[in-house]
Design a protein around this ligand. Sequence first.
Ligand code: SAM
Length: 267
Amino acid sequence: MDKNAAHRTNMIGGDEVDAISVEWDKRVVHETNSLFWDTTGNDILGAIALPFYGAFVSEERRRLFGDVSGKKVLEIGCGSGQSLQYLGERQASELWGIDLSENQIEKTRQQLTEHGLSATLICSPMEEECGLPENYFDFVYSIYALGWTTDLEGTFRRIASYLKKDGVFIFSWSHPIHKCVAAENDKLVFKKCYFDESWYSVSLGENTLALSDRTLSTYVNALAKAGFVIEQMIEESDDELVQANGSDFAKKAKMLPVTFVVKARKP
Ligand SMILES: C[S@@+](CC[C@H](N)C(=O)[O-])C[C@H]1O[C@@H](n2cnc3c(N)ncnc32)[C@H](O)[C@@H]1O
């Protein structure tokens, strides 16, 4: 496997896709991804939202949030708005969300309005100053959105600044080993170098997205640098969700983690 190959295989969701290496440029990444999420993003990738942290890990079983009644919560990359709805229906006192895409912000607003809820919503890249209050939130969380950042350490530093002392940060993302391995004829085949964190683009339908796959240690070290204490990390799938699914993706999830979830605290 050539680490610098222009074309390479990658996994998006449960599918194998052709990825093209791209030069890292924050502005281009934001333009590409906001266009993707403003147009077909949700139709292609669908919402991943609480109570699910990913296809096979659920808050109902893991109880990372616990009781959120009276708590101020902020979602990074609020997308469909379904996670904010879930926490609003469990009596969180304030709902806040930020997202890169105007379209996704509008989706969140509609979703919440339909369920008699409201939130303070900000359209901004998570990497940038966007007027969010500091030392304010009991929970900051993100379900499959954190990995889109162009600046992981800076984003974690910002998230730490939004949290109160002892506030909790929970996020889920594709497990980096899942991004390297494809299921082929009942075999798992390594397709990409685990250590390759370079940016790539993938064409899905009429649109393109830009991503990079960071290793698990990159996430852990960036959390430590931002001053977080990790309380729990989940790599295992929930058995009952895997059994109930039965797809090739579920078969893969029996063999390796497809999602990871981190719960960390600001000391
Ligand atoms: C897979 S979706 C999130 C799924 C979400 N949990 C839901 O319920 O739809 C990823 C979200 O991250 C947003 N996003 C991508 N890059 C971002 C960035 N740099 N800053 C903030 N949001 C971003 C996208 O617009 C999209 O809404």
